[in-house]
Structure formats: C-alpha cells, structure tokens
Design a protein around this ligand. Sequence first.
Ligand code: PMP
Length: 454
Amino acid sequence: MNDSAAGVSHSRIAALRTETEALYLGMRPRTRAAAGAAAHLFEGVPMHWMVDWSTPVPLVVAQATGARLTDIDGHGYDDFCLGDTASLFGHGPAPVAQALMRQASQGLATMLPSPDAGVVGDLLAQRFGLARWQVATTATDANRFALRAARAVTGRPRILVFDGAYHGAVDETFVEITGNGHVANRPGLIGEPRDLSVLTRVVPFNDLDALEAALADETVACVITEPAMTNCAMVLPAPGFHAGLREITRRHGTLLLIDETHTLSSGPGGYTRLHGLRPDLFVVGKAIAGGIPASVWGMSEEVAARFQRVLADKPDGHSGMGTTLSGSPLQLAALRATLEHVATDDAYAHMNRLADRLEAGLAQVIAQARLPWHVARCGARVEVVRTPEPVRDGRAAKAAHHPALEAVVHLALLVRGVLISPFHDMMLASPATSDEQVETLIGATAEVVARLAD
Ligand code: PMP
C-alpha cells in the first residue's frame, strides 16, 4: 500500500491528527458540551453537513463580523472560509445590515414587488450583461429554474454537465463518469431511484471533442457549467475552451448556462464579465445578497422572448418554478445594498491584492517544503491543489483529493486560529480581510507544512 498521500506520510498525518484533536477538545469545554446538548437536532446540528468538517465536534460560532469568528469558548479565528462563499464580502457588511434593519420595519415577505425590485433588475443587467432577471432563494433553486426554462424554450429533454461539477442539490446533476467510462448516478447520492444518466449527459471539462459528440444529436437543451470548476479541486479552463464551448453549443442549438455562484470571486461581474463570455442563462447565489438567502438567474433577450411565449401559451396551473419567499422585500433590500455598496470595484481591488499575496506566500511555502502541490486561483479565491501541475478535469481533480490529509491541515490551521473551507483547501479574501490576517494564514500554513513534510 502507498504509505503517503500527496507527498506526506500517513504516519505524520496520523500523529498531527492525534495532537491537534487533543488540543481542539482540551481547549473547548463549552464546544464539547454544546455537541452533547443538541439532542433534538438530527446529528446535533441544524444542517447535517456541519458534522462533515474536520473538527471532532462542530465549532459553535458565537459571533461572526467582518473576516473574524469567535467561538463559544472565546477563541478567535481569521475566517478564510467565509461561509463557503456565502460571506465572500465579509460577515454582515454594514450596508446590508442597515438595509435589513430598514426593511424589517417595512415588510419582510409580501409576495409582491417592493420599490427595490426594478432597481435590482437594472443593477443586475448592468453588472452581468444579461437582459432579464428573476430572483430565487438558493443557487440550487436558481439552477433548477434556469434548467426548466431551458427545456421549455428548446423543447429538448436532456442537459449536459461536466464530470466533477457541483451545482447544488439539483437532482439531475448528480451523475459522473465511472471508472469504466460509463455515466451513472454518483455513489454518494441518497434516495434517488431514477437512473439520472437517461436525461443527463456527462463529459470531461476542457474536452471539446467529447462535448461536440455529446451535443451532436441535438437533444440537449442546455449545458450547465461553472466557468472554472471550483467544487472538486479548482480546475481552470484551458485556453480556447470557452470560445469552443460557446461555438459548439450555438451550432447545435443548445443553451449555455453559466453558474457563477463561486466564481463571483473573479470580479464585480464574475468570470463572465471579466472574460467576455456570452451565456444564454446565468446563475449566481450565495454571496449575491451579502449573506441573506437569495439567488438570481438571468436570461439573454432572446431566451427571455422565447420563455415569454412559452408562458403565454401554457395551460393554467403550476409551472414548477418559483417559491413563496423568493423575490421578497427582504431579499431585494439585501441584493440592492450588496450590488450598490458592497460588491464594488474598490472592494474587488482590495480582495485581489490580498489574494495576490496569499497566492505567492502559499506557493513559496509549498516550494520550500518541496511538496508536489500547487496554488490555483480565481480572483479572490485561492486554493491549494495537491498535484504538481494544474488539473484539467474532474477525474484528475478527484485523484488530487486526499481526505485525511485535508482534514488534518484544516484542523491544524483551526487550532492556530485560522479557518479555511471545510471540503477542500480553499481560501477567500474579502473586503474585510486585512494584510495581517493574510500573513497569519501564510505563517500558520508554513507551521503545519513543516510538521507534515519530511
Ligand atoms: N452552484 C455552485 C457552483 C455551487 O458551488 C453551489 C454550492 N456550493 C451551488 C450552486 C448551490 O448553492 P446553494 O447550496 O446555496 O443552493
């Protein structure tokens, strides 16, 4: 059996794990007690993923402000996880907090537009370049609705996803290319009796020949993709990939849905604006309302006109799109505040400057330790990937995933007062993040790496 993971011996991983677990538990009596006290929450947490972090018992957060967290035992953390992107602009940005306070006295959920509605539509169109917008509550829902619209306007049954992608809990995206090259439901998916490969095609990211073949019979309504894959290890598009993707989808009458939920880190208009992409449909969730549950999906003028005809011609009854709290005055107030005052050019300039330093600092730590890892980057989003060279697709990203190593790095950073994202080694620089916090993260990483490298 291989006695190392990505250049680190299993014995070193195990030794550091034992030491950091003892430190974590020993210094957090209240955190330990809280884990036992939440008896009526399933698995002791409000949402079951919260037990999947590296910690032996979940960290309970007493306060989150800016880019800092404090736990219930009084320990402080520099937060580079930022709610896995939901707080990309820092925890509780002041303009959002003020807008929410104001809106609380004017109505939170009316199922009718507030005066902010039209302003938000204009701001979204200006920022991202698509003509027509709708508001949903999660990125998952926005993707579901956009895919439904795509099928409705094209009259085609299938969708296509790239292997290794994640677009939220959208049932039909939970497919993968198996070891023997077939497409099948992902093994981790629960409660799904259907064979999702019937209506979902899967090809490797960055593989235009495979894409061409998969779209050739013109039964695919929509390709859904992140502009750079961020949910395995970070996989950046190869030169020419986006131009090819657009040309092939257009030629086959397949719509292109760009999901910017994570790559909003790229700049004020996301990766799409920065690189001049021309999607037919567009989704962004998580941070777009400064941490309030809201997402938006946009359509090109052409898709909007086709969709309008579908709605005009359809029989009465539920369309399968929309949820009661979507488009609420609460969401609109938070969206407006974020778009007008938080996700600004100045904020991104700060985020990018810090991410430059973080990228360089982490690359230096890795080089000095001679580890076969590299640093990948999408604007304010920085990730350590455990391969010497950039990965090209989901299969390579999966092979770069070493759960025990990742978990020990996370926990060892956490006991040093730094929080990174739980599921891979991703770090975000927010407008509230300071130069000092970046230096702390680089220093803590150097310490942890020194404990792991031979
Ligand atoms: N799209 C992408 C690209 C995502 O990364 C995620 C979540 N990680 C989602 C959609 C779903 O977001 P949510 O869980 O807020 O619905």
